[in-house]
Design a protein around this ligand. Structure first.
Ligand code: SAH
Ligand code: SF4
Length: 392
């Protein structure tokens, strides 16, 4: 979110008088850590200043250069003149009635709208409480899956590294504010400030179609001096772009890979996912085996349940046979109906029967009832509604 120009008078010995950066300036978030360091050295700054700057941006998630009190006043002034700190302007922010899910719609410099979701999970028997940011990688998507609101919008452009990372920074600020409110209420100690714990690339767009920027963004998110999101807490979801899956297998990243499979055979998959014509099921599963063998990582399969289309027991058993021998986990997700879509959600009882079919083949699965249905938290849906409301 762009920080509004400061109108307050000089408020202390370290405040900077220069006007705030505008979105017209290049975003400092576009640079890798190494690149940022070399730029700072060229500007005559010492390396430790670049490290301080990095921490201020990504660890402290300062809202403006002016707030970066560890940096000298002249250094801040030159940053303000040269860079903007973010490229996102918040257009809408809504929270579900149960408070677990918030969704932001951000406007980019060229008026494109993208969505970011924050999901809050309470601790259960197995896992501690966590906050997951669901982020977008493209404005729109070229792949046209028929059940997906983003897929119906077509591709407008790839997001830049800075636009991808900025979404996590925004969610981190929200999460930190919530942590601080809990500290104030005595529910936490400051030592426990947790922020965003997980990032999933499951917002608008196909991450592997914007491969280079997504990889660069992951390295920024993963940096221990910055946002410090562990690779094992980062999940990239793909429609199944085989060459990029094979490329990813060689990256030596410990991230999670989720494959949007949604059908056990070509006939069913091609009905809703045009990409299946290009990379059919068998080729995709072969790539998954290669990925699992190389990385030794378990693969997650996403399976959106479409009533009476892909949710029968026979289809579950077919899926079980297809995935047999692959170290994997299947997430079963009753479809989130979209405006244009003619799809209905599978009910919980049918989803459980489907799950039992997978179990016959030893395939573990979880039924995920999607969060944030009341705020159109499904991929691409908030933008769809905002375009109606805002006329954007
Ligand atoms: N393009 C990537 C990541 C973004 S979509 C991909 O397709 O994997 C993230 C997930 O949301 C995918 O599994 C996608 O199939 C699923 N999805 C899309 N529309 C949905 C809907 N209406 N209901 C439930 N899940 C949906
Ligand atoms: Fe694109 Fe993923 Fe939506 Fe398919 S499901 S249209 S790949 S964003």
């Amino acid at each position: 979110m762009t920080t509004p120009p400061s109108t307050s008078p000089d408020s202390g010995p370290t405040a900077v008088d220069a006007p705030e950066a505008t979105a017209a300036l290049p975003s400092i978030l576009e640079h890798s850590r190494d690149k940022l360091t070399s730029i700072m050295l060229e500007l005559g700054e010492k390396k430790f200043r670049a490290d301080q700057l990095w921490r201020s941006i990504y660890h402290e998630t300062a809202e403006s250069f002016e707030d970066m009190s560890t940096l000298s006043k002249p250094f801040r002034k030159s940053l303000i003149e040269k860079y903007s700190l973010s490229s996102l302007e918040q257009a809408t922010f809504v929270t579900s009635a149960d408070g677990t899910t918030s969704k932001a719609l951000y406007k980019l410099h060229d008026d494109e709208l993208i969505e970011t979701v924050l999901m809050r999970y309470e601790a259960d028997g197995h896992r501690r409480n966590r906050k997951t940011a669901c982020i977008s990688t493209q404005a729109g998507c070229a792949l046209g899956c028929t059940f997906c609101a983003t897929g119906q919008q077509g591709l407008r452009r790839n997001l830049t590294v800075g636009e991808i990372v900025a979404q996590v920074i925004e969610m981190q600020r929200i999460a930190h504010r919530e942590d601080e409110a809990q500290v104030a209420e005595g529910k936490r100690t400051t030592g426990e400030l947790q922020g965003v714990t997980n990032v999933v690339f499951m917002g608008m767009g196909e991450p592997l179609a914007n491969y280079r920027n997504v990889m660069s963004a992951i390295r920024v998110l993963n940096d221990g001096q910055g946002l410090n999101i562990g690779a094992r807490h980062i999940t990239v979801s793909t429609v199944g772009l085989v060459p990029q899956i094979l490329q990813l297998a060689d990256e030596e990243l410990q991230i999670n890979l989720a494959i949007s499979l949604h059908a056990p055979d070509n006939a069913t998959r091609s009905q809703t996912m045009p990409i299946n014509q290009r990379y059919p099921v068998q080729e995709l599963i072969r790539a998954c085996h290669t990925y699992a063998d190389k990385t030794k990582r378990r693969i997650f399969f996403e399976y959106v349940l479409l009533k009476e289309q892909n949710d029968s027991l026979e289809q579950a058993q077919k899926l079980g046979r297809l995935l047999n021998g692959l170290h994997c986990h299947v997430n079963l997700i009753p479809v989130n109906p979209t405006k244009e879509g003619s799809f209905e959600r599978t009910d919980l009882a049918t989803a459980k029967v489907f799950q039992s079919g997978l179990k016959q083949y030893g395939i573990p699965s979880t039924v995920r009832m999607e969060k944030g249905i009341d705020i159109n938290a499904g991929c691409g849906q908030l933008r769809e509604r905002a375009v109606e409301i805002l006329g954007a």
